[in-house]
Write a protein that binds this ligand. Structure first.
Ligand code: DGJ
Length: 745
């Protein structure tokens, strides 16, 4: 049993893989967080919760001056009854009162995991893969039932939590804050790790002390955003990749979110995660239910590396969905950086021929194929092929690609509308706006009102038509602006603060419908690159375009940050032209290939302009990636050297069976007369013999190192390490492939 309840102790114990999560009912009624850490073999705690009288911490029970909610570590704190810390739930009743008093009512433990109705869910394929605990807390005065859900998964160290509100009373309630989880932990001297960024600079690993203040990591942009990511880790002071304790949370939601870390006067840290209460208020009618997004919660005793591997395995098994979950993804060519909007059928077919010749498997036609879109000022919403560019239509073009024995992919931006479009001229009220107010543009476009069922249905029909008419194997789903003037003419005045959340529900419904209707299509999500790289979108689309920044060196820190919880198979990474279009840097084709091979490899450059030598390099890269992509996409990641110090970076993938591995080393800045260093590997079998081959010496100015293939033991590779070759020049790299040696008997 992974979840047990002891009715004498009134404790719940959850075995979360290598960790234990223990909660207890205090005074038989208040649900408290008692322990979250390394697995306890006894399941329950013998130690009582110690209370002492505290001045200025009021007492809900007049005869017990030691008891205050202000000092109780709580699982779902509320406002107004003696806890002055930030609550997880805030509501307002018709009479103006805001008090809720939540007491334990009942609980259920069952096999399996429920799917959320309108939100992204983690899932199981067989009931025996998970167990769920539901604890009902009840407010007797308002008849509001708050169900806290906890699911643990066999073989995984990740707990999934969410909350269900059920209004059993008879007058409407306004809900202005309903977090997906809360927990109160003791985290002395811990530090926070989060992933702030910007467009083309996403997910920069950023550390700061927790201190004695409140931190709020949030998005108010209507998307999870480039600026923040709904992920947070809290790590012990001596944390490294291999050592130290880490708590992690990640919200499966792609809209406005908030992650709160708030340390109180007695050094207890409250962690709360959920929909951002900013500009949010939900009107809950009698009998109605409200589901929060799911949050994944982890405790990892062996450093950031273990945290990442726990998430990668979990997301690959219980979050990514559809037939591509377990399938290697095709190597693609995307015409965006090759042609931008300036292309016609002939140009595209030439590009496709070049791509086929080097071994590329999927041709993706990006922005500009529809309406009259010769730049980004027009036509979003008019999903009709532009016959000036593709005179024979989309179907015929797709067929020509397929005849080359390549798959065909197409770009859409379904949530958007250009003011200069037939759709806008017909339906000016289909976008988000507030009547009588100015309407801001961003990239010359408005946001469609996905909180409206009518709009979502129309988009589903438009896309269904195109996806059924042309031979489409892949869709890139873009979203290139954030939400402003957040108002919907489809909703009543008292529901306008529901728009941002309902927008996300609409997006999820459209994605759910289309991905189910077209299960053979591989969907890649994108939002100006990595503006919605979150677990919510991953539930529908199993890969994401990581960033619009395709520079190999800039990509190192973006991909390292992303890899904290997102697996390689979810990360789109392309080789592009030099000088790089975003930063102007020149790097070798070899280095660009090595960095792009950290995820799903693609190409995004005009192959027609390359000489034979570069084409030969690309041919080799593709053949090499085809041989190794299973290790990269399904293996375990070890980040050996972080690019943060701007000197070098190294990463290693090891296959599940530990019989194959691939190590990549990139030198960022060369130094004269450098110290010679070694890379100590991890994750291999100590007593195994491996054949180790160094690649990349041809083009990157590596000083001779021979032999290029060695037979080494796993423990030598992990204890002594690999000698890093002396690379003469900035931005150079090399790769080692490692395979279990076949020793002759
Ligand atoms: C932003 C995306 O991130 C790019 O890859 C490209 O698809 C453009 N949009 C097209 O407008």
């Amino acid at each position: 049993m992974m979840i047990v309840y002891d009715s004498n102790l009134q404790q719940f114990s959850l075995q979360v893989g290598k960790a234990s999560y223990v909660m207890a009912l205090h005074k038989g009624s208040y649900l408290t967080t008692r322990y979250f850490g390394l697995r306890l073999h006894g399941d329950f705690l013998a130690s009582p919760f110690v209370e002492v009288p505290r001045s200025f911490s009021p007492n809900p029970m007049a005869d017990d001056e030691r008891f205050s909610l202000d000092t109780l570590p709580q699982e779902y704190p509320v406002f107004g009854n003696s806890d002055f810390r930030l609550p997880a739930l805030e509501v307002e009743f018709e009479d103006g009162s805001r008090l809720v008093d939540l007491h334990y009512d009942q609980h259920r433990i069952y096999e399996g995991k429920p799917k959320l109705h309108v939100l992204p869910s983690t899932y199981v394929e067989e009931e025996k893969q998970a167990q769920t605990l539901e604890i009902d807390l009840f407010d007797a005065v308002s008849q509001l039932r708050v169900t806290l859900r906890y699911t643990v998964f066999a073989g995984h160290s990740i707990l999934v939590r969410s909350v269900l509100l059920h209004h059993e009373g008879d007058a409407p309630i306004r809900v202005s804050r309903v977090m997906s989880m809360a927990m109160d932990l003791s985290l002395p001297d811990y530090q926070m790790l989060h992933l702030p960024g910007a467009h083309a600079r996403e997910r920069e690993m950023t550390w700061q002390p927790i201190g004695k203040t409140m931190h709020s990591i949030e998005s108010r942009r209507g998307a999870s955003s480039h600026q923040q990511n709904p992920f947070l880790a809290l790590a012990s002071p001596t944390i490294t990749e291999e050592d130290g304790e880490v708590y992690s949370v990640a919200l499966a939601y792609s809209g406005n979110f908030q992650l709160v870390v708030d340390t109180d006067q007695y050094d207890v840290t409250r962690v709360m995660v959920g929909i951002n209460p900013f500009d949010f208020r939900y009107l809950l009618s009698p009998g109605e239910k409200f589901e929060t997004p799911e949050v994944t919660v982890g405790f990892h005793a062996h450093g950031l590396g273990e945290m990442s591997r726990d998430y990668h395995r979990f997301f690959r098994k219980h979050l990514l969905s559809g037939r591509y979950r377990d399938q290697l993804r095709p190597i693609l060519i995307n015409n965006w950086e090759a042609t931008y909007f300036q292309f016609d059928e002939q140009v595209l077919l030439q590009l496709a021929d070049e791509a086929k010749e080097v071994g590329i498997e999927l041709f993706v036609l990006d922005d500009g194929w529809f309406g009259q879109r010769d730049d980004d000022r027009t036509s979003l919403g008019d999903w009709v092929v532009d016959t000036r560019k593709l005179p024979h239509g989309l179907g015929a073009f797709g067929e020509q690609i397929r005849q080359k024995n390549m798959r065909f992919g197409l770009w859409f931006e379904p949530e958007m509308i250009s003011p200069d479009s037939a759709l806008y001229r017909t339906h000016p009220d289909w976008c988000l706006f507030v009547p009588g107010r100015n309407q801001s543009v961003s990239r010359h476009q408005y946001v469609l009102d996905f909180s409206s069922k009518e709009v979502c249905d129309a988009i589903i029909e438009q896309l269904t038509k195109i996806l059924s008419q042309a031979p489409i194997d892949y869709v890139k789903w873009d979203m290139n602006r954030h939400l402003t003037e957040v108002g919907s003419v489809s909703l009543a005045a008292n529901r306008q603060k529901e728009v941002s959340h309902r927008y996300m529900l609409g997006v999820y419904r459209v994605m759910d419908t289309l991905t189910k209707r077209f299960p053979f299509i591989l969907f890649e999500s994108c939002s100006g690159g990595g503006g919605r790289f979150d677990p919510g979108l991953l539930a529908y689309m199993p890969q994401v375009w990581t960033s619009d920044n395709t520079d190999a060196i800039a990509r190192l820190s973006i991909q390292f940050g992303t890899s904290l919880i997102y697996p390689a198979i979810a990360m789109g990474s392309h080789v592009s032209a030099v000088p790089n279009h975003q930063v102007g840097r020149v790097t070798t084709l070899q280095t660009r290939g090595y960095v792009a091979m950290m995820g799903n490899l693609g190409y995004e450059l005009d192959l027609r302009r390359l000489g034979e030598e570069d084409r030969a390099t690309i041919r080799q890269q593709i053949a090499f990636y085809q041989q190794w992509r299973d290790v990269i996409c399904f293996g375990d990641l070890y980040r050996l050297k972080h690019p943060s110090k701007q000197q070098d970076a190294a990463f290693l993938y090891v296959s599940e069976k530990r019989d194959r591995a691939i190590v990549t080393y990139i030198q960022i800045m060369a130094r004269a007369n450098p110290a010679l260093k070694r890379l100590r590997l991890q994750g291999l079998a100590t007593n195994e013999t491996y054949s180790v081959t160094l690649h990349g010496t041809e083009q990157t100015g590596v000083f001779a190192l021979s032999p290029l293939t060695l037979v080494m033991n796993g423990d030598e590779l992990m204890q002594y390490g690999l000698a890093i070759p002396y690379l003469h020049g900035d931005f150079l790299g090399c790769v080692w492939t490692i395979e279990k040696a076949e020793i002759a008997p």
